[in-house]
Design a protein around this ligand. Structure first.
Ligand code: CA
Length: 413
């Protein structure tokens, strides 16, 4: 797999190098209606030619270098982990300082055109867990795989179903995805070769800023103290490998070859206006999963396949909330850590146009969809998938969560 990361052998940037610069101050131009207005301010890790990766904030069409403007070494780091580990009061303080900074004049040398920087994986991924929180997705998959049975398994409305994924193969948007090989079932025994049912999954990922000790449980009310922000996730899936391997222990190689995330981490604080009640949970959940605040997030996704819009999943109907997922994740005493990523599972809405995976959109490969004139079921070599999303911002418009993109490369035989 070839990533877009630059491996530059230069020294770490010096925090505050421009902190006292008064020459060439510039005022940021933020186009009207920009998805990266001052009510968004997502964090990422970027580099420019010949410079080391460091932390920046996206504003309009610019990236503002925080290592150069805030005078703090924590932003000279090539990942968000050290900053995230400082905790929520610090996140709030920095968000306020960045808001004031970008509203005024910024040293020109700390401002880079977003189109000209290289974006890197924004944090070191500690543990990775993937949930299955959409009732519409779980029910559709149940109907496809078990047409004669109840669509939902008996546990589904009692706990947020999930599995432990593979953090070392989480990659940043733009990384090429090599078609995986694996075992595929055949009538006279399995064969080994490239997947013929390569799929995508539109998901939202939650990034843990401050963790918890092994043996302790986090409550749903602890969510905002521990979760720093969100990223877009594409959980690439090889359905034929998955179908043969998954019983009885769940997904393994069919989902561990690559998981792509967006480069910008949108802070939870930017999503305050996106909170919505979410669906009624019936039957009532067990006490440790009670979450009485607005459980939903009003986020609209768009899924493009070779440039064509094929689906527009909405997050607001997700059955399990991210706070419930976090409470469940730690319910048995598992620790969580700075940099943990847990994803929602495929985001699918109630209508066919809101399905967030090809297995659903094509109903298991039975009903091809038109992709720029090509009847298509699963991903072919050279195909490109782009997932983007927006949400109501606190400023009255819509903020962007950016995009997560990936192109499929041929299998290595
Ligand atoms: Ca998934």
């Amino acid at each position: 797999m070839r990533g877009p990361e630059l491996h530059v052998d230069v020294g770490r940037p010096r925090a505050g190098a421009l902190g006292n610069a008064v020459s060439n101050p510039t005022r940021l131009e933020i186009p009207d209606g920009s998805p990266f207005g001052t009510d968004n301010l997502p964090y990422g890790v970027f580099s420019t030619p010949g410079s080391a990766p460091r932390i920046g904030v996206r504003v309009g069409e610019s990236v503002v270098d925080l290592a150069a403007t805030l005078g703090d070494d924590v932003f000279a780091s090539p990942s968000l982990n050290a900053f995230m580990a400082q905790g929520k009061p610090r996140w709030d303080e920095v968000r306020e300082r960045v808001g004031a900074l970008v509203a005024g004049e910024v040293p020109a040398a700390a401002v880079h055109a977003a189109a000209a920087v290289t974006l890197h994986l924004p944090f070191e991924v500690a543990d990775y867990v993937d949930f299955y929180a959409s009732e519409h997705h779980a029910a559709n998959v149940g109907r496809i795989l078990r047409p004669d049975a109840e669509p939902l398994l008996p546990n589904w409305k009692h706990l947020p179903v999930g599995y432990h994924g593979r953090s070392s193969t989480v990659v940043v948007s733009g990384t090429e995805i090599t078609r995986p090989c694996g075992q595929k079932a055949r009538p006279d025994g399995p064969v080994f070769g490239p997947t013929e049912r390569l799929d995508l999954e539109v998901e939202l990922g939650f990034v843990v800023g401050t963790g918890s000790r092994m043996g302790t449980r986090l409550a749903t009310a602890d969510f905002a103290e521990h979760v720093f922000g969100v990223v877009l996730v594409n959980d690439w899936s090889a359905r034929d490998i998955q179908a043969w391997e998954y019983q009885p222990l769940g997904p393994h190689l069919g989902k561990s070859f690559a998981t792509s995330i967006s480069p910008w981490v949108v802070p939870l604080a930017a999503l305050e206006r996106a909170r919505v009640p979410g669906p009624v949970q019936d039957p009532a959940v067990l006490p440790y999963l009670r979450d009485d605040r607005d459980r939903g997030l009003d986020i609209d996704f768009a899924l493009r396949w070779n440039g064509q819009l094929v689906s527009y999943p909405a997050y607001r109907d997700m059955y399990w909330s991210p706070a419930q997922m976090l409470a469940h994740l730690t319910a048995a005493g598992a620790a969580c850590s700075t940099g943990d990523l847990y994803a929602s599972g495929t985001v699918s809405g109630p209508t066919p146009g809101e399905r967030g995976a090809l297995i659903e959109l094509t109903w298991g490969g039975r009903d091809p969809v038109d992709v720029a004139g090509r009847p298509s079921t699963f991903l072919e070599d050279g195909d490109e998938v782009v997932i983007s999303a927006t949400a109501p911002g606190t400023g009255g418009g819509r903020i962007g969560l950016g995009e997560v993109a990936g192109r499929i490369a041929a299998a290595r035989q």
